[in-house]
Design a binder for this molecule. Structure first.
Ligand code: 3PG
Length: 208
């Protein structure tokens, strides 16, 4: 699946920080049950790669990627764990080359027109606008859509259930990213039903 299709297949890409690998499968099931199938597991914790593997092996229907990739060697490790896409907060020539070499779908982070053009030059036309709120969010995306209409964005960082609909209505937004679908306290408590309810609300932003 190409990254553009992955983006178009979801309304919200949840940004997951999984501290305990035992939370991975019930958390992913809760999100998938609520209609959120594309999951970004951030490589910010020791448990992250094991969490990716556990979800890939045990949660049918989940489309699993990794986030917070900042080192070239992380792409292959993510692919070996079963991830089908990767998200980075920014892009360097080394990251671009490593993603291409390993063949994983990449959603590179950009914040400015120059960074977006550099990513286009590297062959990527789907990008994460990060950090979206600080970058100007709705106004920035509308402005980028003028000279750079070929880029499909996933704004992430400060996006909420309230701000998502206007972003999703833009022609150059494929999906939005956000951590609000898996609040730390709900994950810690194992409130999977509550997380399914949050996922349902998010999935309804763009009914299939
Ligand atoms: C992140 O990298 O943590 C994401 O940008 C999520 O941002 P959010 O917590 O504002 O949704």
């Amino acid at each position: 699946m190409q990254i553009r299709d992955i983006m178009r297949s979801c309304s919200v890409m949840p940004v997951l920080v999984i501290e305990n690998v035992e939370h991975a499968v019930p958390l992913a099931k809760a999100l998938v049950d609520g209609g959120i199938r594309v999951l970004e597991v951030t490589l910010r914790t020791e448990a992250a790669l094991a969490a990716v593997k556990a979800i890939v092996d045990n949660v049918p229907g989940a489309i699993v990627g990794v986030g917070t990739v900042v080192r070239p060697e992380q792409f292959q490790a993510a692919k070996d764990a079963g991830a089908v896409f990767a998200v980075t907060p920014g892009l360097t020539p080394k990251l671009a080359a490593a993603a291409r070499a390993c063949g994983i779908q990449l959603l590179p982070g950009v914040m400015t027109p120059s960074e977006a053009i550099a990513a286009l030059e590297e062959g990527f036309d789907a990008m994460k606008l990060f950090p979206a709120e600080q970058a100007g969010s709705l106004g920035m995306l509308k402005a980028m859509g003028g000279p750079l209409p070929q880029i499909l964005f996933c704004p992430t960082g400060g996006v909420s259930l309230e701000s998502a609909p206007k972003l999703l209505a833009l022609p150059n937004v494929g999906c939005v990213g956000g951590s609000w679908l898996a609040p730390k306290d709900m994950v810690a408590k194992g409130d999977w039903a509550g997380i399914t309810a949050l996922a349902r609300e998010a999935a309804a932003l763009r009914p299939e």
